[in-house]
Design a protein around this ligand. Structure first.
Ligand SMILES: *Cc1c(COP(=O)(O)O)cnc(C)c1O
Length: 390
């Protein structure tokens, strides 16, 4: 049987997979089982920030695998300690909890916000979390409940309660939800750019006003940077571009450069909220993943971040107003294209022509590696322009 036949027979059918089996990658190039070459503008959904098979990254991970791949959090291990220090120093946050995925990092944020509220105002007094409509926060029950898209609220109930929704970029609507739930809420949860929701950036004005509203009620500001983090938007984390400092910050996708690792970062207000026994994860901060992340973070320096901003601007320059492209949204190398042709058709035609793109709702989504070579990017843009023009 072929890989695709085996997959369809033996793996749960939770994904509508495209008929491609990727076997190898190098930087921003990918090859399938038939030897066909592709340019990768998806990065495994914002995971492979340094491209595939980066030599330094592979060496760092392999060296750690040969030392100690796993020990559990019953003990101390060096890579996660070094990684936590680097993350705190580069974000202004104070402490870190390591998880394995974005959803788990968000679970930790929600648990921490609720415990903070329980410690302060009494258990079950202010457990409410306000999230935004059109958001995406993960596939666990609590993060599905926090996801502001109706489609995710079927079939798996009952869901955890205490989540309320306000319209993105509408400060009046947030004020309304706050007023309707006065004294019941402990946190506001934001994605600075709604990724799965169609690459919709929050405006700086909205985020600053929202942060002020939340602060005046002594609520916590939670940033879900699972997708926007780790250099994706042209700064290490997107919150830097909004002029606010979150109380809690989650990240995952690009953190370990291709290995599964999530992190919840705690600010001054919440750094001591979770004590011994209050939360945990067997694999969280696993030394191999932490070594991959420590290396990845060391490469996301000012020069690479400037490159991300310049390449994002270059993509906009080429695609804004191009035939068949109605708009370009996003930040840095996290971009959404509203195309005249249906996004799924654009994706399929690009794939046929050797360019891997993603979709997000009705948009074509681009998440290239942060270090994609300029000539490779230009070739991919040629294909997108031709496909979008129909
Ligand atoms: C992908 C994503 C998640 C979920 O991450 P997983 O690693 O798939 O659990 C949560 N929030 C945002 C903003 C995401 O983009």
């Amino acid at each position: 049987m072929t890989t695709q036949e085996l997959t369809d027979q033996y793996i749960a059918g939770t994904y509508a997979r495209l008929p491609v089996t990727f076997v190898r990658g190098a930087g921003s190039l990918l090859w399938d089982a038939d030897g066909k070459e592709y340019i990768d503008l998806g990065s495994g959904i914002a995971v492979n920030g340094l491209g595939l098979a980066d030599a330094g990254w592979a060496d760092a991970v392999a060296a750690q695998l040969r030392q100690i791949a796993h020990a559990s959090n019953l003990y101390y291990t060096q890579p996660q300690a070094q990684l936590a220090k680097a993350l705190c120093e580069r974000t202004g946050m104070q402490k870190v909890f390591f998880a394995n995925s974005g959803a788990e990092a968000n679970e930790c944020m929600i648990k921490c916000a609720r415990k903070y509220a329980a410690d302060r105002w009494g258990e079950n007094t202010r457990p409410g979390v306000i999230a935004l409509k059109n958001s995406f926060h993960g596939r666990t029950l609590a993060t599905l409940a926090a996801t502001g898209q109706e489609a995710f609220h079927h079939d798996f109930g009952p869901f955890p309660t205490g989540f309320y929704f306000a319209e993105a970029n509408n400060i009046q609507d947030l004020a309304r939800v706050l007023a309707e739930n006065e004294g019941r809420c402990c946190a506001l949860l934001l994605e600075p750019v709604q990724g799965e929701g169609g690459v919709v950036p929050l405006t700086q004005e909205y985020v600053q006003q929202a942060a002020a509203l939340v602060k005046s009620r002594e609520m916590l500001l939670l940033f879900d940077e699972v997708q926007t983090g780790n250099g994706r938007t042209g700064t290490l984390f997107a919150f830097e571009q909004y002029g606010v400092q979150p109380d809690l910050l989650s990240t995952a996708k690009g953190l370990a450069g291709g290995l599964p690792l999530g992190a919840c970062l705690f600010g001054e207000t919440t750094k001591d909220t979770l004590g011994a026994g209050s939360h945990g994860s067997t694999f969280g901060g696993n030394p191999a993943c932490a070594a991959g992340a420590l290396y990845t973070l060391s490469r996301i320096d000012d020069a690479l971040l400037a490159e991300v901003r310049a390449k994002g601007a270059r993509i906009r320059q080429r695609l804004e107003g191009a035939p068949g492209i109605q708009s370009v949204t996003g930040l840095g190398l996290m971009l959404g294209l509203q195309t005249v042709r249906p996004a799924k058709e654009v994706l399929a035609d690009c794939l046929h022509q050797g360019v891997v793109v993603l979709t997000a709702k009705e948009k074509v989504r681009l998440l290239p590696a942060l270090n994609i070579p300029t000539d490779v990017l230009e070739r991919a843009l040629d294909v997108i322009c031709q496909v979008a023009a129909g």
